[in-house]
Design a protein around this ligand. Structure first.
Ligand code: HEM
Length: 396
């Protein structure tokens, strides 16, 4: 008899589970062959003749607040991201993306101490707004129309690839979209500023992201702890005074401020996979030239001879002014802060008073930091509501 009772109870339990199963948001299959790291973009990118990766041409940052962290939300998010991955190739011809989560998310929703710090102003000459969105989805592609379609499907319920899209409206509220571009000819076409060289990939007129001036994806990957296999992401919005950059400075002066006064425009045009930093000559350069280059100051933050941040920034005309959305990946936000402190180069005014925070100091005079934010970027398997209690069960 005992066995019969157990049998009945077992059946009832089974029915409940089946019932629940039928109500579950289907996760869908994962696309085969995706790298375990969300931030593993480089292997999919084309390279130029010197071996430098070529960034995807169009970018969007979707700033998101969580509406609900219930099991349905966890599944719906994972399912939507898998749909994107199954439909579009992981690469610039299809789509690349990274989903990061802020300190506010970890405190409000995962109810734990955040593994990333909240943002703060990083110099005496900036007063940025400090973002407190829960999450940031960085989308990138060479196909601008695709990017628009993906955004519309995720946050406006638009159709995707001819059918109902991966709709995240029950999971997130979209707070803001930031847009931009990078690549030969785009800034000249889209930024209405006299002086931008027609073929330049960035509004300030130079190529950036030389292979040896970037951290590698390995360099910025977290080795252990709760974010093992992931990274951290800093996102700032910078307004750039491009008109002044071109009106006040000639090409040699722009090279001096961007790279180093020791370099000529001709040398910059013929760089291969590395821009020489003249980092060891920084203080002497301030003393004798009265001006130092951005590359020269930022390279002070290198560790073991290598940069500690991987820059994935792009130009923008959001809000009607020229700017840069500065996205960078690093193992720890401290690496980003150290790089910014190097860029501020506060001590140089004691060596030569003509080099101040925003004068004759790299490109600082031409940048206004308007917003800052930090995010944790988990590995692909942890990307949907990372470290949330019960997420593992929700996803099985
Ligand atoms: C409008 C904004 C910016 C522009 C146009 C810009 C442009 C450049 C350019 C052209 C280079 C030299 C070549 C290369 O990229 O490989 C460079 C290097 C670099 N920049 Fe920027 N940058 C900007 C802002 C920043 C910010 C906010 C940071 C971080 C605090 C930063 C960190 C670096 C680092 C780490 C390097 C390489 C240093 C090394 O080789 O060790 N940049 N940047």
């Amino acid at each position: 008899m005992g066995a019969a009772v157990a049998g009945v109870a077992g059946k009832a339990f089974y029915d409940t589970v089946r019932q629940d199963d039928e109500d579950l948001v289907p996760l869908g299959d994962s696309a085969a062959g995706l790298p375990p790291r969300q931030h593993a973009w480089n292997a999919s990118l084309a390279v130029d003749e010197a071996g430098n990766t070529i960034a995807p041409r169009f970018h969007r940052l979707l700033m998101l607040d969580v509406r609900s962290s219930g099991d349905d939300s966890v599944r719906r998010l994972e399912s939507a991201l898998r749909t994107l991955e199954r439909t579009l190739d992981w690469g610039p011809a299809g789509l690349l993306f990274v989903l990061g989560w802020s300190a506010g998310y970890f405190e409000r929703w995962a109810q734990m101490e955040s593994p990333v710090p909240r943002p703060r102003p990083l110099s005496s000459f900036e007063a940025p707004e400090l973002d407190d969105y829960d999450a940031c989805l960085h989308l990138a592609s060479n196909d601008e129309a695709r990017l628009e379609e993906v955004e519309a499907a995720l946050v406006r319920g638009g159709r995707f690839d001819g059918s109902d899209g991966p709709d995240l409206r029950a999971v997130f509220t979209l707070r803001e979209t930031r847009t931009g571009f990078i690549g030969n000819g785009l800034p000249g076409d889209r930024m209405n500023v006299a002086g931008i060289p027609a073929a330049a990939p960035m509004g300030m007129g130079f190529k950036s992201g030389f292979k040896k001036n970037q951290a590698s994806e390995d360099d910025v990957t977290i080795a252990d702890g709760p974010l093992k296999g992931g990274t951290t992401m800093h996102v700032s919005q910078i307004r750039t005074r491009l008109e002044s950059w071109y009106r006040l400075l000639d090409e040699q002066q722009r090279v001096a401020r961007m790279f180093a006064p020791q370099l000529s425009p001709h040398q910059v045009r013929s760089l291969g996979d590395e821009a020489p930093t003249f980092a060891e000559a920084q203080d002497a350069t301030a003393e004798s030239y009265g001006v130092v280059g951005h590359l020269q100051t930022t390279a002070q933050a290198r560790r073991d001879g290598r940069p500690v941040i991987l820059r994935r920034d792009f130009d923008t005309i959001d809000g009607g002014s020229t700017g840069v959305h500065f996205v960078s990946l690093q193992r720890s936000v401290d690496d980003f802060i150290a790089t910014t402190e190097a860029m501020n180069a506060a001590h140089l005014s004691y060596i030569n008073p003509s080099v101040k925070g925003t004068e004759n100091n790299g490109i600082n005079e031409f940048l206004f930091f308007q917003r800052r934010a930090n995010y944790a970027v988990p590995s692909r398997s942890q990307r949907s509501f990372p470290l949330l209690q019960g997420r593992g069960a929700a996803l099985t």
